[in-house]
Design a protein around this ligand. Structure first.
Ligand SMILES: [Zn+2]
Length: 251
């Protein structure tokens, strides 16, 4: 009789232990879930939290409405925009930040390249490729120079090509600028050589020989290979100017 009581106590203790562990695990995933549901770009998350939440939910395309539309309105998306918001998508992606940690990222792009970008950014994430920052350009009031100077990776922005009146491919959500501070845009305007962003000038020249450029994009780079494989072209291959950060998709 005493022995039965002893085993019952053990059983009860074991049940309580596993139940409390279960509740603990559940509370961790609930707090992580809130982080993922809010999806504030720049938030650092644990690998375990990503696993618990589900990695496929972290690479998703959504239609543009509500709070996202409010963030964009009169900044990247405004009157006269050549593309309607129903042709744009808000992408949630994960990326590795400067420390290699997992960070929540976001992009707005043309619906025609949404799946391509999800595939590319998933592969870059799985490979541990570093992208310092990926939040909407609206957080910089759609000011391209400020976004680039902060090394922010971005896509859609209704604007003209720098120094011209032509609507940029970014205005259609068909171009990406990746790690732009370290992969600047180098061109000549009215006889003056320009580097955009200005704080990228140390990374603008003699790039093929240099090994001291962080996040450097060249033809050996994984991002270059993935974008080319999905049908994009690279601004670093242009002849009269060089836009090392820029990949665009020609419809
Ligand atoms: Zn660009």
């Amino acid at each position: 009789m005493k022995l039965t009581l002893f085993f019952n106590s053990i059983l009860l203790f074991t049940c309580c232990f596993f139940m409390s562990m279960g509740m603990y695990a559940q509370s961790v995933s609930v707090s992580a879930a809130i982080k993922f549901e809010k999806w504030e770009a720049g938030t650092v998350v644990d690998e375990s939290e990503v696993q618990a939440y589900g990695i496929d939910k972290c690479f998703k395309a959504e239609i543009i409405k509500g709070a996202t539309l409010n963030r964009m309105w009169n900044k990247s998306y405004k009157e006269g925009c050549p593309i309607g918001r129903e042709r744009l998508r808000y992408l949630k992606v994960l990326h590795r930040n400067a420390d290699g940690k997992t960070q929540l990222g976001e992009l707005v792009c043309n619906v025609n390249i949404a799946d391509k970008l999800l595939r590319i950014f998933r592969k870059l994430y799985d490979a541990g490729y570093k992208i310092e920052k990926m939040c909407l350009i609206d957080d910089f009031d759609a000011d391209d120079e400020r976004s680039m100077a902060a090394n922010n990776t971005s896509c859609f922005n209704y604007r003209v090509v720098s120094g011209t009146k032509t609507v940029s491919k970014h205005g259609y959500g068909l171009a990406i600028d990746l790690n732009p501070r370290y992969n600047p845009y180098v061109h000549t305007l009215n006889g003056v050589r320009m580097v955009e962003p200005a704080n990228g000038k140390d990374y603008a020249f003699n790039r093929s020989k240099r090994k001291d450029i962080p996040y450097k994009i060249d033809t050996n780079d994984l991002a270059y290979k993935l974008f080319i494989a999905e049908g994009f072209s690279w601004g670093g291959n242009w002849r009269t100017m060089k836009d090392y950060q820029h990949f665009d998709y020609r419809r």
